[in-house]
Design a protein around this ligand. Structure first.
Ligand SMILES: CC(C)(COP(=O)(O)OP(=O)(O)OC[C@H]1O[C@@H](n2cnc3c(N)ncnc32)[C@H](O)[C@@H]1OP(=O)(O)O)[C@@H](O)C(=O)NCCC(=O)NCCS
Length: 127
């Protein structure tokens, strides 16, 4: 990868407990990381409590293996009244072979909610 993606929202070492029946990492585990990374980006622009309302198409282009370091890069691409759209890109690095592949990317929508879980206007961008 030569493109500068900035700092990842999260980086996680893949463990044997997260494998599927074939021994590679379970797609649902990566989805969970994508959701967490997107929420980190939402909080990074001032959102307080958010819930995920949509995860758009996710296509896995390469398998992830035990021992890989998965990095999720997340950035807010759209700001609505109560919602934030976040793009997350997932890269897996084999720290032994020093090989890095793009695994998937996704667009997620989070809604800023109040204490009762109702949509709540986002705070001003620079608050
Ligand atoms: C998210 C939630 C609070 C939205 O409630 P709602 O009554 O549909 O809210 P609204 O129709 O007022 O929409 C609120 C915002 O969400 C956006 N939104 C709602 N459904 C959406 C969808 N399917 N895709 C993208 N955006 C959506 C709206 O466009 C709106 O954005 P804006 O204020 O920036 O214009 C409600 O659907 C909910 O609680 N869902 C469950 C969330 C959750 O628990 N997630 C974890 C899953 S286990």
């Amino acid at each position: 990868m030569t493109e500068d993606l900035g700092s990842p929202a999260i980086r996680v070492l893949m463990m044997p407990r997260d494998t599927n029946a074939h021994g590679t990492i379970f797609g649902g585990h990566i989805l969970s990381l994508i959701d967490q990374a997107g929420a980190v980006a939402a909080h990074g622009v001032g959102a307080r409590k958010v819930v995920t309302v949509a995860i758009r198409e996710v296509v896995f282009k390469a398998p992830v293996h035990v021992g890989d370091i998965v990095s999720c890069y997340a950035r807010v691409v759209k700001r609505g009244r109560t919602s934030l759209t976040v793009q997350v890109r997932v890269l897996a690095e084999d720290p032994v072979a020093r090989d890095c592949v793009e695994v998937t990317s996704a667009e997620l929508v989070y809604v800023h909610v109040d204490e009762d879980g109702r949509p709540n206007a986002l705070p001003p961008a620079n608050a």
